[in-house]
Ligand binder design. Sequence first.
Ligand code: SF4
Length: 353
Amino acid sequence: MDINDLIKKSMGDEDLNSEEIAELFKVPLFSDEAALIQVASYRKSKIASENLAEVHAQIGLNIAPCPKNCLFCAFAASSGVFKEKSELPLSEVIERAKGFEADGANAVFLMSTADYPFTKFLETGLEVRKALRTETKLVANVGDFTLEEAKRIKAAGFCGVYHALRLGEGRDSRLRPEKRLETFSNAREAGLLLGTCLEPVGNEHTIDELVEKTIITREARPVFSGAARRIPIPNTKLSEYGLVSEARMAHILAVVRLALGYNIPGNCTHEPNVIGAAAGANLFWAEVGSNPRDTKKETKEARGMSVGDCRRLLEEAEWKVLSGPSVFYSEDGKKNADSDSSVICESALSHTQ
Ligand code: SF4
């Protein structure tokens, strides 16, 4: 298959099939074709998001040895990283959320471990919602939920959720892939906008699995997808596979961008880096509190970046960062996710000629 033809097809907003996506993933790093893929991805992200990148900010509410034991997560009881439970007091959650708002985050996320009491999560959400400006977007990052729970998340003032069917789901985690997909549709039915991602990418993942999960993110009709690497948790089985380089992640997130249509405006990567942004990532996260990729209790003292750090990295890749509430998590983002994108397609074609 000619890589130029595949790029043209993607830029013309035709869906690439699994064989075509696999061809793009197979392209060697630092080849001429890899450079073309990344340039096209950057351009496609710019068109899809009308030239504006976003910085979202996440507060990890709690730490607990989690019985679900996902092998890539520092909270997994089996990792032995955190032996005690702890959580941020509500007053501190509110203060941090307001701090993110003041720093210019385009959306504020609340994250908890999967076994955190659902009602308590909602109560915290309600209080944070009251403390933030009405227009500030609040997003939930929690475990799987039913339709009823999805409606309660929405009623508590969240406009959307982050959720993923992760690489190795059901193999490296004890969560059923079907359940993850049910959560996608519950969110959708309740009117919650979905952000998702191809994650957590490790060196051992086959191209077939990357392709399969990329297509799942496309079919979920999210407001953003993207690709994020796995951070090795010391002394765990998966840490033996090491860390995927930022250069390789740049290629992977670029292929994801090309596999997805213009109707999906966001393309994230984590952790924030300039090569990724130059390859088409237009969404980074700042983080405080607990972090499933960190062995420190307070991630802002370790892996977590600030809103300013994320903005600076995006700007280094010539992105302009949106000022104000997230467009990805807005009715416009939703409209895009629901549209057939024929209008955007015409505009894109004019950029490829
Ligand atoms: S990823 Fe979520 S469900 Fe899995 S161990 Fe971590 S907190 Fe638990």
